[in-house]
Design a binder for this molecule. Sequence first.
Ligand SMILES: Nc1ncnc2c1ncn2[C@@H]1O[C@H](COP(=O)(O)OP(=O)(O)OP(=O)(O)O)[C@@H](O)[C@H]1O
Ligand SMILES: [Mg+2]
Length: 384
Amino acid sequence: MSEQGGSSVFDDSIATFLGPVKPFLDDDSVSEVMINGPQEIFVERRGLIERTDAKFRDEQALVAAVRNIAQFVGRTIDEDHPVLDARLPNGSRVCAVLPPCSRKGTTISIRKFSKGNPSFVDLINRGSITKDAARFLDVCIFLAKNTIISGGTGSGKTTLLNVLGSRIPNNQRVLIIEDSSELKIQTDHVVFFETKHGDEEGNGAVTIRDLIKAALRLRPDRIVVGEVRGAEALDLISAMNTGHGGSMGTAHANTPYDALVRLETLAMMGDSNVPPAAIRRQIAAAIHVVVQIKRLGDGSRKVTHISEVIPEVDEFGRYQIRDLFRFIQRGRTPEGKIVGEFIPVGNLPTFMNEIETNRLPFTRAQFAAPEWYAKMKDADKKAA
Ligand SMILES: Nc1ncnc2c1ncn2[C@@H]1O[C@H](COP(=O)(O)OP(=O)(O)OP(=O)(O)O)[C@@H](O)[C@H]1O
Ligand SMILES: [Mg+2]
């Protein structure tokens, strides 16, 4: 991690290969650069995608740039390995696909390393979450609730995990496991693990599963998995169920319910001998809270749900999700900005007593829905 966040926004030698897009790499308002063949370059600015006039000379120039990047990070990209997914020393993430897999010409996407370590205050200032909801998440972290951050691609999951992870009490040992190191969680006692690619035949590869198993022998208080996208879901769920409370991870899903279904599907890849009903029961017991984040149509990223998972499945074997906070859209400005509020919807968490017994500063009243929401629900009911 030490080489991340150096003084240059993008490593100079790589920026040289990527000459035509260098101005965007140096521009702090640009978060992502997307190159779709030599003639078509888009950037993301403040959550919105815009086309630029920049161009590469030709396909050869672009391929040369990708080859140089691959060489720089000690990886191969060629006809036999046409996909490169790599993290640069400065923390930026690069994904490239060569033709013929990529039909328009070499495609590259660069997710720029975001400077600094965002905090709850930054998320509150950006309108991504409210102060009350942030306080509630703090309560959940203090009480060691197992939490999944769910969201689509680029919705802000990793950023939110960084913020939540940094709130873990300093007296706890945190083991972080990632495919390629991205998290910057800074507490007093944190250990970072990263997976390792194997050789051409896959020999010597170290997977997230391997690292979770190793982590369990290293006396962790909490395990944080950057992104759960494979069979490791089963290992993480087992860890959560066996005394590593307050563990966290992110998953690709569009609703809190779907996040649990996604974990279930992934867990079944891990061990097909465990009956689905048993996996479902384990997931319901393991995950306490799901935080859903979304990139909305106006480019803003917002937490849209904080939901509790009831520890038992219902009589039909379905997960029971109780929304505690939700983002409710109430309109749009003439400029197209989405107007809405992130509010408590009137449900108490099942662990309200635990909050009170531990004298945590979060009251029952803070879960009460605003009056307008109750009226809106009533009107919806009548209309139905
Ligand atoms: N709350 C936010 N407000 C504005 N921008 C944000 C917010 N959270 C994240 N971003 C920006 O959005 C981009 C994607 O963020 P991040 O990497 O956290 O998303 P992700 O969901 O983890 O993406 P992926 O699915 O690719 O792993 C980054 O450029 C980041 O700086
Ligand atoms: Mg991510």
